[in-house]
Design a protein around this ligand. Structure first.
Ligand code: NAP
Length: 462
C-alpha cells in the first residue's frame, strides 16, 4: 500500500474518532458515537495490518485471540460496581504496551544500519517514562479499589523530595538513551525508576479519590501512546493518543469541578477519612424518622411531581429495573416523575446515566443537576436511592466540611424526602449527612432494590 493511501485512510479513521467523541457527549447520540469510533478503529487496524512490517500474521492472530479471550472474560465477570478499577487496569495495560512497543522499536532500529534518529530516541524515552508510570500507577489504583492495597493515603516525610529525585534520575537515564542509544540497558533502568515513581505517586492518594486518579492516568496512557506513535511514525496512533490524552484531562477537570476541588487537592490532600464520635450522635440522635414501603406508596399516591435521585447504592443493589417499574407505574397513574443525575453520583462519570439507560428510562426524563434543582421547590416527593454525598446539605452550609462548595442536588427543598439506604453510615466522603435528620425526611432503611420493589407492590395493592 502506498504511504499516501495509508495516510488518507488514517485521516478518515481520525475524523471518525473525533465525530465518535462528539456523539459520546450526549446519551441520545452515544450509541452512534460509539459505532463511529469503533468503525474508525477497525479501519485503522485493518490498514495497519495490510501495511504491516516484520510481524507475521500468525503472531498477530494469536495475540488477537488471547487478548479477545481475556477481554471477554473480564467484561462478562466484572460487577458493574467494579467498573472503575477495570477501566483503571485497561489504562495500565495501554501504558505497558507503550513501554514494550517503544523498547522493541529501539532494539529494532539499533539492529538497522543507521541507528535511531533524535526524534525516535526522545519519543522512546517519553513512551517508557509515561507508560511505566501509567502502568504501575494504574495497578496501585486498581489494588486500592479492589481492596488489595490499603485504601488509606500512605504518607511519609520527604515524600515530594523522593519523587523529585526519582523523576530526575529517570530523566538522567533518558538523556543517556538519547545521547547513546546503543546503551539500551538505560531504557530499562528508566522504565524501572518510572515504575517506582508510578507506585509512589498513587500510594499517598486515598481510595476515595481513585476515580479521579484513574481519569488522570487515562490521560497519561494517551500521552504514552502518542509518544509511541512518534517512535513508530504512525500518524493514527499519534492522533488517537492525543485524543485520549486530551479527553482524559477534560474528564479529570470535570470531575474535580463537580466535587469543587482542585487537582492539586486531589493529588496531595487527604479525603475520605470516616468521621466518628460525638458529632455524628449529635446530628442524628432522636431526629431520624424511619418509614416503610407501604407509607412511601401512600405518599406517592397523592403526589403530582416526583424526582428520583440515584447514587452509588442504586448500582450496588442493581435497583435500576425496579426503579423503571416504579416510573412506569407512577406515569401510568398520571404522576410526573423525573430523575436528577449528579455529575459525580456513583463511582465513575456517567455511572447513573448508563444504569438508567440500561433500564430503558427515556433520556428526556434524566435531568442534569442545575435543571433539577430549579424544580425541586415544586416537587412533592424526592426519592433518594443510595445517594449520600451528592445530596448532603453541609456542602452548602459548612465551609469547613471536606465537601464544602461541592454543588449538590437540593432534595431538601422538596416537600418530602424519602432516603433509601441500609443504615446511617456515610458515603464516599466519610461524613455524616444532616439530610437524614431533617424534618421533611423519611428514612426507608434497606436494600435499594428490595425497598423499591416493596413500594411498587404496595402501590399496586393500594
Ligand atoms: P455515596 O456518597 O458514596 O453514598 C452511597 C450510599 O449508598 C452509601 O451511603 C450507602 O449507605 C448506600 N448504599 C450502599 N449499598 C446500598 C444498597 N445495597 N442499597 C441501598 N443503599 C446502599 O454515593 P453518591 O451520593 O453517589 O456520591 C458519590 C461519591 O463518590 C461522591 O463523594 C463523589 O465525589 C465520589 N466520586 C465519584 C466519582 C464519579 O465519577 N462518579 C468520582 C470520584 C469520586 P448504606 O451503607 O447505609 O446503605
Amino acid at each position: 500500500m502506498s504511504t499516501a493511501l495509508v495516510n488518507i485512510i488514517y485521516l478518515i479513521a481520525s475524523a471518525l474518532f473525533i465525530f465518535g467523541l462528539k456523539g459520546l457527549t450526549h446519551p441520545r447520540t452515544a450509541v452512534r458515537g460509539n459505532l463511529l469510533g469503533a468503525t474508525g478503529m477497525l479501519l485503522a487496524v485493518v490498514v495497519t495490518l495490510l501495511n504491516k512490517g516484520i510481524v507475521s500474521y500468525e503472531i498477530i492472530i494469536a495475540g488477537f485471540i488471547v487478548g479477545a479471550l481475556i477481554g471477554a472474560i473480564l467484561a462478562i465477570k466484572i460487577q458493574m460496581t467494579a467498573m472503575p478499577q477495570l477501566v483503571g487496569l485497561y489504562n495500565g495495560f495501554g501504558g505497558a504496551a507503550s513501554v514494550l512497543v517503544a523498547g522493541a522499536a529501539l532494539i529494532e532500529v539499533m539492529l538497522a544500519q543507521n541507528g535511531p534518529d533524535m526524534q525516535t530516541t526522545v519519543a522512546t524515552v517519553a513512551s517508557g517514562l509515561i507508560g511505566s508510570v501509567t502502568f504501575w500507577g494504574s495497578l496501585i489504583a486498581f489494588g486500592k479499589l479492589q481492596g488489595l492495597v490499603t485504601e488509606k493515603a500512605v504518607r511519609y516525610t520527604g515524600e515530594q523530595i523522593v519523587k523529585i529525585i526519582l523523576l530526575l534520575a529517570a530523566i538522567a537515564a533518558g538523556v543517556v538513551v538519547v545521547m547513546q542509544p546503543d546503551q539500551q540497558q538505560f531504557y530499562w533502568i528508566l522504565v524501572g525508576i518510572a515504575a517506582v515513581l508510578g507506585v509512589l505517586l498513587v500510594m499517598p492518594i486515598g481510595g476515595a479519590d481513585m476515580p479521579v486518579v484513574i481519569a488522570l492516568l487515562n490521560s497519561y496512557s494517551g500521552l504514552a501512546a502518542t509518544a509511541t506513535g512518534f517512535v513508530l511514525q504512525n500518524n493514527v496512533l499519534i492522533i488517537a493518543g492525543s485524543l485520549v490524552g486530551a479527553s482524559g484531562l477534560i474528564l479529570t477537570s470535570i470531575m474535580c469541578k463537580a466535587m469543587n476541588r482542585s487537582l492539586a487537592n486531589v493529588l496531595f490532600g487527604g479525603f475520605g477519612e470516616v468521621e466518628e464520635g460525638e458529632e455524628v450522635e449529635d446530628i442524628y440522635a432522636g431526629k431520624v424518622k424511619a418509614t416503610s414501603p407501604e407509607e412511601v406508596a401512600m405518599l406517592l399516591e397523592t403526589a403530582q411531581r416526583v424526582v428520583l435521585v440515584p447514587g452509588y447504592g442504586m448500582a450496588v443493589s442493581q435497583a435500576q429495573h425496579a426503579v423503571r417499574d416504579l416510573f412506569n407505574l407512577l406515569e401510568s397513574n398520571g404522576i410526573e416523575m423525573e430523575f436528577g443525575v449528579h455529575p459525580v453520583a456513583g463511582r465513575m462519570p456517567g455511572h447513573m446515566n448508563v444504569l438508567l439507560a440500561e433500564a430503558d428510562i427515556p433520556y428526556d426524563k434524566l435531568k442534569e443537576m442545575d435543571e433539577v434543582n430549579s424544580m425541586l421547590g415544586q416537587t412533592d416527593v424526592a426519592i433518594v436511592i443510595g445517594a449520600n454525598d451528592v445530596v448532603n446539605p453541609v456542602a452548602r452550609t459548612d465551609p469547613g466540611s471536606p465537601i464544602a462548595g461541592m454543588p449538590i442536588i437540593d432534595v431538601d427543598k422538596a416537600k418530602t424526602v424519602v432516603v433509601i439506604k441500609r443504615s446511617l453510615s456515610p458515603g464516599f466522603a466519610g461524613i455524616p449527612n444532616p439530610l437524614f435528620a431533617a424534618d421533611n425526611t423519611l428514612m426507608l432503611f434497606g436494600d435499594g432494590k428490595k425497598m423499591i420493589q416493596g413500594t411498587v407492590t404496595a402501590l399496586k395493592e393500594g
